[in-house]
Design a protein around this ligand. Structure first.
Ligand SMILES: C[S@@+](CC[C@H](N)C(=O)[O-])C[C@H]1O[C@@H](n2cnc3c(N)ncnc32)[C@H](O)[C@@H]1O
Length: 133
């Protein structure tokens, strides 16, 4: 494991409204989309908030790790490398962004991950050729 992600727990609906502090209890029930929890590191987090995105062939994946205590069950969002990583190689994570989704609540960045599988490549090429005109 390379690290754990810290942030504020928020429901999807309240993500940019009224975030709940990370230490909130998280029951092990199946939750529907509206009640699903997100980890928002916009205002609070640890070094994991500096992990950059890479489309598809990122070298890390996130795995929820269950932490059990006698009366609480928590999940920590842990990052694991998916292969050997060289010294000084950047650690990257696929944020899972759909760059074609125009209904996103937050403005999408122009992806510069450099992956040959970049999901934003067509758009980047379109913008670049538009800018060159
Ligand atoms: C979680 S932060 C990552 C850390 C950030 N690069 C920094 O220095 O604070 C996410 C932001 O980093 C930038 N970013 C991350 N991955 C990127 C990528 N593949 N291409 C372009 N910008 C990226 C975007 O501005 C994005 O909103």
């Amino acid at each position: 494991m390379k690290g754990r992600c810290k942030g504020q727990l928020a429901t999807k609906l309240k993500m940019h409204g009224y975030p709940v502090v990370l230490d909130a209890d998280w029951c092990l029930k199946v939750v529907n989309d509206e009640k699903a929890l997100c980890l928002d590191a916009t205002f609070y987090g640890n070094v994991a908030r500096f992990i950059n995105h890479r489309c598809l062939d990122a070298n890390m994946i996130e795995i929820p790790v269950k932490i059990e205590t006698p009366d609480h069950h928590y999940y920590h969002l842990a990052f694991f490398t998916t292969r050997e990583v060289n010294a000084l190689e950047e650690l990257t994570w696929d944020y899972g962004i759909d760059f074609d989704d125009t209904d996103q609540p937050v403005e999408l960045f122009q992806c510069r991950c450099g992956s040959k599988f970049c999901r934003n490549m067509k758009r980047s090429n379109r913008s670049n050729s538009a800018a060159a005109r």
